[in-house]
Design a protein around this ligand. Sequence first.
Ligand code: FES
Length: 124
Amino acid sequence: MTALYSEILLDHFRHPRNYGSLAAPDITCEDFNPLCGDRIKIELNLKHTVVEDVRFRGDGCAISVAAASLLTELIAGVDIKEVEAIPDERLISALESDIKPARVQCALLPLQALRTGLRDHKGQ
Ligand code: FES
């Protein structure tokens, strides 16, 4: 039998990686889940076009916090062109959990925040 939440998900929820804020972020990404009002904020510092440093803050559920934590690990040291191309499935599969359809929005909240922030940054 598969546990509802994987060890990876629980570990990232209990011990979120890259949690906090950057002193002077180059890009700030923020979004909220309209279904519950939970927010995730991701801050990036770039070196040229590569994510040099990343932090997140959020007060969401276990899935959204774990997904944000995992996402910061996925994008650290990665070119923002590749970051923009990360598909939903990559983050969902990284959670290694049985994410029910009603909770997919929780898992994708950090990725949506990131995409919004990168899009706004490009538009500047
Ligand atoms: Fe709010 Fe999951 S319940 S983000």
